[in-house]
Ligand binder design. Structure first.
Ligand code: FMN
Length: 204
């Protein structure tokens, strides 16, 4: 990576006490990078095998990190048997990575309803038409499902499918990684304790 000597440093003495405050600063700084809200999400299935895929961060506050998906998808099935997840953001031009580990819970149905209602109609229809992660014979089968959903909801608002909604990752560990020269990167780990967050520096 070029020009990283100009990248800021991370100092455990001066970073915010609250990792969500630091996350908000870093997310704001990533504005302008393609898909700054994209994170890799890792889940573990009933056999203990991990799987990872990208999802989009759709909300964050002191309760955690929210994404939306199909509850019946492969990730949804994983999460039904094992609530533990890991997630990673990477903002290359800033030389930054954020790693999150914790557990998920479904968000309140009202929160899923509100987010679904704000989505474009085409996205809403696709949520009805696609049994995410299941094998489909060909693309035309998907398109037929969309046409059927269009007929079903013609002239009406598209309601949220019961199999679609949000999860909130409640983090136990959040690590902020800042690229520095000569591979001497800064790594500040926040670990949740009974009375707040504990900060430590990790070797790069
Ligand atoms: C940049 C990016 C963002 C994505 N965001 C989401 C998302 O927010 N929710 C979602 O269900 N799938 C999203 N996907 C698709 C997932 O990566 C994945 O293909 C899908 O959720 C099925 O995963 P699963 O079979 O492991 O459940 C995104 C893909 C990319 C490349």
């Amino acid at each position: 990576m070029k020009g990283t000597e100009r990248l800021p440093s991370l100092d455990e003495e001066t970073v915010p006490r609250d990792p969500f405050a630091l996350f908000a600063l870093w997310l704001a700084a990533a504005t302008g990078i393609a898909e700054p809200e994209a994170m890799a999400l890792a889940t573990v299935n009933a056999n203990g095998s991990p799987a990872a895929r990208m999802v989009l961060l759709r909300g964050v506050d002191e309760r955690g990190f929210v994404f939306f998906t199909n509850y019946g998808s492969a990730k949804g099935r994983d999460l039904a048997t094992n609530e533990r997840v890991a997630a990673v953001f990477y903002w290359g031009p800033l030389g930054r990575q954020v790693r999150i580990e914790g557990t998920v819970a479904r968000v309140e149905t009202e929160e899923s309803d509100a987010y679904f209602a704000r989505r474009p109609r085409g996205h809403q229809l696709s949520a009805w038409a696609s049994a995410q992660s299941s094998v489909v014979s060909d693309r035309s089968a998907l398109e037929r499902n969309v046409a059927e959903a269009e007929r079903r909801f013609s002239g009406k608002d598209v309601p949220r499918p019961p199999h679609w909604g949000g999860y909130r990752i409640s983090p136990e560990r959040i690590e902020f990684w800042q690229h520095r020269a000569d591979r001497l990167h800064d790594r500040i780990l926040y670990t949740r304790t009974n009375n707040g967050w504990q900060k430590s520096r990790l070797s790069p």
